[in-house]
Design a protein around this ligand. Sequence first.
Ligand code: 5GP
Ligand code: ZN
Length: 142
Amino acid sequence: MNHDNDCIFCKIVKGELPCVKVFEDSLTLAFMDISPVAPGHVLIIPKGHYPDMLSVPTGQLKAVSRSVQAVAKACGEAFAPDGINVMQANGAAAGQTVFHLHVHVIPRNRGDGLRLHIESGPSAEAAHLEAIAARLRTVFES
Ligand code: 5GP
Ligand code: ZN
């Protein structure tokens, strides 16, 4: 399995740094976030080192997705929260601080005061949306 010697999450996978483990299978590991934004805040990672969701091979992304769902369901059963956020950042501009792919599972409760929601922007004109979508479709068609 590929690891990066300078990566803290690789060190956790290799047992060189401690973590509070929740779940693991052959390809993934789930552990408690060291600075939780809510009780039950869990991180799910592939055991191999991939900086983000764009670089991880599809098979390992599937394994991560499976574990994310398992952890989210466990979170629902264990804590019965009002809701659950599943969040993931790619790149510093998107808020990523650890550059080993990880997905956050965060139990939510009404009035918990966390501001993690995507809030809608102003409505866009259809022509504007069409022009943006055309740029994306070009990538799929090439
Ligand atoms: P990001 O901002 O990259 O989406 O999330 C990184 C997360 O990793 C943060 O929520 C942070 O609290 C958590 N984190 C950073 N270092 C460690 C660590 O050494 N152990 C654990 N368990 N979590 C960490
Ligand atoms: Zn790593």
